[in-house]
Each structure stands twice: as structure tokens, then as C-alpha cells.
Design a protein around this ligand. Structure first.
Ligand SMILES: [Zn+2]
Length: 463
């Protein structure tokens, strides 16, 4: 919803630039550390009369009235008022009852007679609430831990303070955009993976910049603007969808067995290191997609592109917008099979071979048997999906005796399949699992929340 409004405003201001006779939009954006990004139409508010610096009477809109409906995430804030040409003034949030918006030639200008003159920003674009305290909301960064920086704080980082003035007991700071802030300045890592609100994923190799545009945190690279940065995985350069290209490359000279180990997290690979025989070595860490859920992740690894590009962005069974690895393999005259659990997760170009759960309620043993049988067919590509670890993680949490037993069971299947297969074996998980306590205080597992535990997974290639 918010994105649609932003696009609309973008279009409005663009057309306004082209044809000077068109009436200008009299909206602006309130964003930053608030509950919901807001597009404010000044026409919805009642004007008041106030005195300007020179005692002339003006008509305007008290900023504090406009902010009555805005819920801030913190009780101590700055307010940053930014013009269309990005010149900004920052004041104390608590002083906004002294600030007015006036309409002048179709533009929204600030009048603040009790503040230093630099607060008189002309042609405002957005007003950003900046929490003075750390808050539990904002841009999510996955590094050694999962942390977040409030969007207000990030905006402030993207601007340079160029003046500090006082008037009648009120302070104001002038800020101008820096346009030279790299992702590395936030993460201290040369490689980063950028996640956007629209579910696109961009790799940053210290070659792009963070900027504030259209009231949103954006990433800019090669003159392309990616709007709405939602999260960053720091220090990694591989995403699930890279597996598509690894399968493709391997298929050029070899037979390929791809084993998808649903829900197996990097944390489990580390925690059960001593108990594992195969899955404890030779892996790299890769980033999942967001949301880190099975069908979205599966679509990404089968198509080689982000959820935004393949169109599978939530839990629904449909065909991706781009071709999958099976389609490619078949086009190369390869012999292909896809072994699934008991249901299809997305619509693939070939029908998966489905496997019912056995008496213990899991499909893994049947998936294994099905894969063993399929291998007798001298396949070029076999894609095998084991679901049990994810099911167990949900029920008992990823660090539990039940999870350990399931991981070792599936590892045994993998070892046996790998021994029976003469070719490249690729093993990848789709997402991990976050431990939480349910209402009975029992440990459970969940995923899809953009935390380190659900976003980072191990990736193995045995050639
Ligand atoms: Zn899954």
C-alpha cells in the first residue's frame, strides 16, 4: 500500500516538473521511526493564524496537529525536515508545536519563528522521526548476530551535519546528503547481500551506495535505484539462487544429484558437528531468501533468481515467471527426475514424484527409497527433497534430541545416495530455524523472520 502511494507521488511530482501549469501535489511523507509510513495531504488539516519572525500574520498548519495521528516508536525523538532538493533541518521533536507548514505557490514550506532560520525549509518532501534511543525496529542486519538500526538513525547517517544554530532556546541542525555512504560503512564487511521490500535481492561488492530517496532507504548501484531496503546479510556473497548456476555448470560435464535438506540450519551444522559424518565439513554459508520459507526458497534455487524476479514471494503453489533448472536440463537433452515429499510446493516444469509419509508421519524414508530406485535410471539430474528436519524443528526446536536424531537419519540417507551416485552431489538447505517458546513454555522452531538462525544455511558441493 505504502509503495503504491510512493510511486503515485513520484509520478505526480515528475509530471509537475514537466508541465508547469499542472497543480503541484500538496502531500508530503512522514517516515522514520514511526509505526506506519504516512503520506500526508495537507488539505485534511485545518489552518491556524500565527506570527512570522517579522510579526506579519500568516496562515499555516501546525506541525504538532499533523503529528497527532502519528505513532512514534520511541518517546525521545528528533525530527528531520527534508526539502525536495534534500536540504534538511533537524529539531527537537518536542518543539514541533512551534513549527508550521505554509502553502506558497503550491509548495509546502516550513515557518518556525521560534527556531533558528535554517528550519525554514522550502518545498518539503519528507519529515523523518529519528529515535534518540535504540529501538527494536528498523533496518535488519544479519552479521555475527541479528541487529537492527532504526530507519531514522540510518537516514541521519546518510546526511552530513553542516550547521548548528540556536534561537529563543531552540536548537536546529542543518544537514546535507552525503551520497558516499557504502553498505560497508554500516556492516564493516566488503561483501553484503541487500534485501528489498519487493523481495528482490542485490549483491553488494562494495560497489553501491545507500541513499534516502522517495522517503525510503534505497540502494544505488550502476545508476540504478533499488527502493526500500529491508535487510542486509553482511559478509556473505552467496544466495540460494546461486545453486541454480552451480547445477547448470555441473550439468555441462557431469551428472548432478541435488539434495535439498529442508530446514537444516548453519546452527545445526555447527552444533552437531561432532555427531555428523558428512554434513560437518566442506560447506560454505549462504543466505536464504526473504521470506525464508520452503516454496519461496525452492523457487529461487530452481530458477536462479530472487523471489521478486520469479514471482514466488509467499506460500502459494504456482509456476515461477522464469524457467526452472528442469526445463533447462531437458532442453539440453538430459534425463531428469524430481523426488518430492507428499505435496508440490510450486508448479515446476516437470511433475515431481510424490512420496507419502510412512507410519512415523515423515516422508523421508519413502523419499530415500524413491531416490534409490530413480538412480537405477542413469539420470543426468536428480533433485531430492527431504522434509523431515524442518518438521522436527517446528515441533521440538532445532537444538533438541529429536532434531539430532532426524538430522543423523537424513545424513545416513544422503551418504548412501552419494555413494550410489557417480557425479556431482550438491546439498543445500532452504532455510534454518529459530528457537522460541510456545504458550506452554515448550521449545519450538519457526522461520521466515529474517534472523540469522533462519536466514543462514550450509551449502555443500562434492565433485
Ligand atoms: Zn523449508
Amino acid at each position: 500500500m505504502s509503495l503504491i502511494l510512493i510511486v503515485l507521488i513520484g509520478v505526480l511530482s515528475f509530471s509537475a516538473c514537466q508541465e508547469k501549469t499542472e497543480p503541484l501535489s500538496i502531500t508530503f511523507i512522514i517516515n522514520g521511526d514511526i509505526e506506519e509510513y504516512a503520506v500526508v495531504d495537507i488539505a485534511n488539516f485545518e489552518s491556524v493564524t500565527f506570527e512570522d519572525y517579522d510579526k506579519t500574520q500568516l496562515e499555516g498548519y501546525r506541525l504538532s496537529n499533523i503529528f497527532d495521528s502519528i505513532k512514534t516508536l520511541s518517546d525521545q525523538n528528533w525530527l528531520m525536515i527534508t526539502s525536495k532538493d534534500k536540504i534538511s533541518a533537524r529539531i527537537e521533536y518536542d518543539s514541533i508545536h512551534l513549527v508550521y507548514i505554509v502553502i506558497d505557490e503550491g509548495k509546502l514550506n516550513i515557518k518556525a519563528p521560534e527556531h533558528p532560520r535554517l528550519v525554514g525549509v522550502k518545498d518539503i518532501k519528507d519529515i523523518t522521526v529519528i529515535s534518540k534511543k535504540e529501538i527494536d525496529s528498523g533496518l535488519k542486519i544479519i552479521d555475527d548476530d541479528t541487529l537492527n538500526i532504526s530507519y531514522g538513525t540510518v537516514k541521519l547517517m546518510l546526511y552530513e551535519q553542516t550547521a548548528e544554530n540556536y534561537s529563543k532556546g531552540n536548537v536546529a541542525y542543518k544537514h546535507t546528503p552525503r551520497d558516499d555512504v557504502k553498505v560497508m560503512d554500516l556492516t564493516q564487511k566488503e561483501q553484503n547481500i541487500i534485501y528489498l521490500d519487493n523481495k528482490d535481492i542485490i549483491k553488494d561488492k562494495n560497489d553501491g551506495f545507500l541513499v534516502w530517496e522517495e522517503g525510503l532507504l534505497c540502494y544505488k548501484k550502476d545508476n540504478k535505484l533499488y527502493k526500500g531496503v529491508f535487510g542486509i546479510v553482511a559478509g556473505l556473497d552467496t544466495v540460494l539462487f546461486d545453486a541454480y548456476y552451480d547445477m547448470k555448470d555441473a550439468l555441462k560435464q557431469d551428472k548432478v544429484m541435488f539434495i535439498l535438506v529442508d530446514g537444516f540450519s548453519y546452527q545445526q551444522a555447527e552444533y552437531y558437528h561432532e555427531d555428523l559424518q558428512l554434513l560437518n565439513t566442506g560447506y560454505i554459508l549462504v543466505a536464504s531468501v526473504h521470506p525464508a520459507i520452503s516454496n519461496v526458497a525452492l523457487a529461487s534455487m530452481l530458477t536462479g533468481v530472487s523471489p521478486y524476479e520469479n514471482g514466488i514471494v509467499k506460500r502459494e503453489v504456482k509456476p515461477p515467471k522464469v524457467g526452472d533448472i528442469f526445463e533447462y536440463a531437458l532442453s539440453q537433452g538430459k534425463k531428469v527426475k524430481y523426488i518430492e515429499g507428499n505435496s508440490t510446493l510450486i508448479t515446476t516444469s516437470i511433475q515431481p514424484i510424490l512420496n507419502a509419509p510412512d507410519i512415523d508421519g515423515f516422508t523421508d524414508a519413502n523419499v530415500f527409497n524413491s531416490a534409490r530406485t530413480a538412480l537405477e535410471d542413469e539420470l543426468d539430474l536428480i533433485f531430492i527433497h527431504f522434509h523431515g528436519i524442518d518438521d522436527i524443528n517446528h515441533e521440538y526446536s532445532p537444538i533438541s534430541t529429536q532434531a539430532k536424531a532426524k538430522i543423523l537419519e537424513i545424513e545416513n540417507y544422503i551418504i548412501e545416495l552419494k555413494e550410489a551416485f557417480n557425479g556431482t552431489v550438491i546439498i543445500l538447505s532452504d532455510h534454518g530455524s529459530i528457537t522460541y517458546s510456545d504458550s506452554d513454555n515448550k521449545p519450538k522452531g519457526k522461520h521466515g523472520y529474517f534472523e540469522k538462525e533462519d536466514m543462514i544455511v550450509p551449502y555443500y558441493i562434492f565433485e
